[in-house]
Ligand binder design. Structure first.
Ligand code: GDP
Ligand code: MG
Length: 767
């Protein structure tokens, strides 16, 4: 049977040059686009990386690739562009990811689609395949994860499948690259043949639906309705499946026909309801699965019952996701992650600290006193060094998270948290967004906010978008680490775990608040597939860890460096007036006048002074120095802003220096550390004796554990950084929500910090 006339096919593949003109004319770059599509977690991104050599983020949970990614692969003479699409279970657009994938296929029309399937779970994966074929997209099936299938005792006859279904089927192991040449050869062949006219593939949906489909298809064809983009029968099917996007489009383009089609669907629906008690969508899905089952039974798939291995994942899950033991194990694992990171990073962190203080010392001796020296030491070395110093801890943490993620454990975390989440008006998929934002430690709210696209309910999605930035992202982490190592060093891991839990509790409570006020509405059910446990590969762990660590380092070398210099300038200029400088010079002269020339010479020349007089002189000079630097900082542009804010910020115990850091932190949270570094090194008592910032803060009379605690609370919850705000605006589609999150979070965080500080002071005063 032919569903489409030849002309329609040509139109459907609008940009494709007819086969008659031969390969030479096809060999044009824009026609060399092929797309990778398949179910979530079937290995698309892994295959993409193998084919293109790119290092995209590979994750063992659904929802990682939300936007499509592009890369090039060379095959013989050709450069082939490969697009990694988000995962989809169906081409009836239900989730944002499925819409992205479908829109790409419909509008951009890649030459060939590589349908990546999980061979160990073929039955379910072929459901999507059926839809590609019905859509008339030239398809190649990549039977991925053949290694897993073999382990589970599943054998698949690829040739037989190819024969029955009528498209090339190539077994591959994306992870090791096995089979990729055969796959690319099949792609090359399919590209050459993409313009050929083939029979349209179709499944029978039973008498009722088939005849209705035929009628609708004919109407669609006669009206030339949308079929420059899709085959008519496919459109008719979408009507029967109640596809909102297609129906809405239909109403806009041809209201009369749309009305007619919808009426047909209503009629059929009523009829099916009465006769078989089911909806067309249900019958269509059943028929597709039935078709696949019978296909697989015709000698395509064989399963030896190797129960041992087959159920290993399930056995592990009986323990790890157990109602009682599961959550306990989860906390133990997370705590282990923190312990691991801190234990192993101690030594490299101290190396980095010495490196930067050595650099500071070098700059101090090499450069003449003046603005340049101040810029290099206070602006660059202290600013960037403060941020880079955390690289080892962050790297170990990322490594730990990569293990959890690649093994499939993170998906279990989401699964276990779903029950908790639904009581707070969120959705199981929100968990992933929290985790990506830094829910375990060191993520980023930008991809976290983007990951909410897997949520179907707009209100649940918005509530997730607005609360995900409460997580402790990779930029807040150094600030938290700095303050805990200065004030709570003995129990650092416990404190950090505590702050992680606090972030979740606050995020959930705020979500509940939002969902019961401005975002009130029903919740949607959660279906999450648990990917099988997999042993992470070293390469995967390395890529994951390095990718994120490098992102952090690069940010320190670019954005943070720029902001650090800007803030240094704001903290340095306009500087003291001539009369004020004069005053300090006079003070110095007066002090020197009280000592004998030998003592003065001793202090000026020797690094280490001895003798009571010399020591006293040195101390007095240092005091004058600090007073001058302190006054200059206070009168600088930044100092004035910080001082102005003190009028309110004293409530939470923040002084003007902290205020400067917090304002800078809106640009990027890491800046809080570098700004404190600059503020304290500009006013440092003894610049020759470089101590780490943590020690400086711990020794400073202006600081106390209570103030540190109030500050931590504020930093955790105040306005998201600028980039996140932009992302919130983009994802929510309105400036309103970006402004809301800035204002709401800041007010909220400030109230919380004030409560901590005031109540804490009260308790301390009593006790
Ligand atoms: P996507 O969601 O389709 O992009 O899937 P990913 O590429 O993120 O892969 C999901 C998980 O499957 C990752 O943990 C991969 O390492 C793993 N994986 C991908 N291909 C293979 C394979 O051929 N064999 C095995 N054993 N694991 C694979
Ligand atoms: Mg992916």
């Amino acid at each position: 049977m032919k569903a489409l006339a030849v002309e329609d096919r040509a139109q459907f593949f609008g940009k494709v040059v007819p086969a008659a003109r031969g390969p030479a004319s096809i060999n044009k770059k824009q026609d060399m686009r092929i797309a990778l599509a398949g179910n979530p977690n079937s290995g698309k991104t892994t295959l993409f990386n193998t084919l293109t050599g790119a290092r995209q983020h590979v994750g063992n949970y659904p929802g990682v690739t939300v936007e499509k990614k592009e890369g090039w692969s060379r095959h013989g003479e050709r450069d082939i562009k490969i697009i990694d699409l988000p995962g989809a279970y169906s081409l009836t657009a239900y989730s944002q990811e499925e819409i992205v994938a479908r829109d790409y296929l419909v509008n951009e029309k890649p030459r060939v689609v590589i349908n990546v399937t999980d061979a160990s779970n073929l039955e379910r994966n072929l459901y999507l395949t059926c839809q590609f074929l019905e859509m008339g997209i030239p398809t190649i099936i990549a039977l991925n994860m053949m290694d897993v299938a073999r382990q589970r005792g599943i054998t698949i006859d690829a040739d037989k499948l190819s024969q029955l279904i009528g498209v090339p089927v190539v077994p591959v192991i994306a992870r090791s690259g096995k089979g990729k040449d055969a796959l690319m050869a099949a792609v090359a062949e399919a590209i050459d043949r993409a313009g050929e006219v083939r029979e349209t593939w179709r499944i029978s949906y039973g008498e009722h639906i088939d005849s209705m489909l035929a009628g609708m298809t004919e109407k669609i064809e006669q009206n030339g309705f949308l079929n420059e983009t899709c085959p008519a029968r496919w459109l008719a099917l979408k009507y029967l499946e109640n596809d909102a996007q297609v129906m809405e489009k239909g109403r806009r383009i041809n209201p009369r026909l749309a009305e007619e089609l919808e009426r047909s669907v209503r009629e059929l629906t009523g009829h099916l309801q009465q006769t078989v008690g089911s909806y067309p969508e249900g019958i269509i899905a059943d028929q597709r699965y039935g078709y696949i089952k019978s296909l697989l039974r015709q000698g395509v798939m064989n399963r030896q019952h190797d129960t041992e291995r087959l159920y290993l994942s399930d056995k592990i899950d009986q323990v790890l996701t157990n109602r009682l033991i599961g959550p306990l194990l989860m906390f133990a694992i997370l705590f282990g992650l923190y312990q691991f990171s801190f234990t192993f990073s101690e030594i490299p962190v101290s190396w980095l600290e010495s490196l930067f203080s050595w650099l500071g010392g070098m700059a101090d001796t090499l450069l003449a006193d003046g603005l340049l020296k101040s810029l290099v030491i206070s602006g660059i070395i202290d600013g960037v060094g403060g941020v880079i110093g955390f690289v080892p801890i962050i790297m170990f943490m990322f490594l730990g998270i990569a293990v959890l993620e690649d093994s499939g454990y993170l998906a279990r975390v989401a699964f276990m948290m779903d029950k908790v989440f639904s009581t707070f008006g969120l959705h199981g998929n929100s968990v992933m967004s929290y985790i990506i934002s830094g829910g375990i430690a060191g993520g980023c709210a930008v991809p976290g906010v983007m990951a909410t696209r897997t949520l179907r309910s707009p209100r649940e999605r918005l509530a997730t978008i607005l609360t995900a930035p409460f997580m402790n992202c990779g930029a807040k982490l150094p600030v938290l680490i700095l303050l805990t190592s200065a004030f709570f060093a003995a129990n650092q891991a416990q404190f950090l775990l505590g702050f992680t839990l606090l972030a979740w509790v606050v995020a959930l409570l705020v979500a509940k608040l939002l969902r019961s006020t401005i975002l009130r509405g029903a919740s949607t059910p959660f279906v999450m597939e648990l990917p099988p446990y997999r042993l992470p590969t070293l390469r995967g762990l390395f890529i994951h860890t390095w990718e994120r660590t490098w992102q952090y380092i690069r940010k320190a070398g670019t954005v943070i460096l720029a902001i650090s210099i800007l803030l240094w300038a704001m903290m340095t200029f306009p500087g003291l007036s001539a009369t004020e400088k004069e005053k300090f010079i006079e003070q110095r002269a007066a002090t020197l006048g009280m000592y004998a020339p030998e003592v003065i010479a001793l202090v000026a020349e020797a690094d280490e002074v001895t003798g009571p007089d010399a020591l006293q002189l040195k101390e007095e000079l240092a005091r004058i120095e600090a007073a001058q630097a302190g006054l200059a900082l206070r009168q600088s542009f930044a100092g004035r802003i910080g001082t102005a804010l003190e009028k309110i910020s004293w409530l939470a115990g923040f002084d003007w220096r902290t205020n400067i850091a917090l304002v800078g932190g809106f640009a990027a949270k890491e800046v809080v550390v570098s700004t404190l570094g600059t503020a304290y090194s500009l006013g440092e008592i003894d610049p020759e004796e470089t101590t780490s910032l943590a020690d400086t803060l711990a020794a400073s009379p202006d600081w106390s554990p209570l103030k540190a605690m109030a500050l931590i609370v504020f930093i955790m919850f105040y306005a998201p950084c600028f980039v996140t705000v932009v992302c919130i605006v983009r994802e929510s589609g309105s400036w309103k929500w970006g402004l809301f999150s800035m204002a709401f979070n800041t007010v909220f965080a400030f109230s919380l910090a004030t409560a901590v500080y005031q109540l804490g002071s009260l308790v301390l005063a009593r006790g």
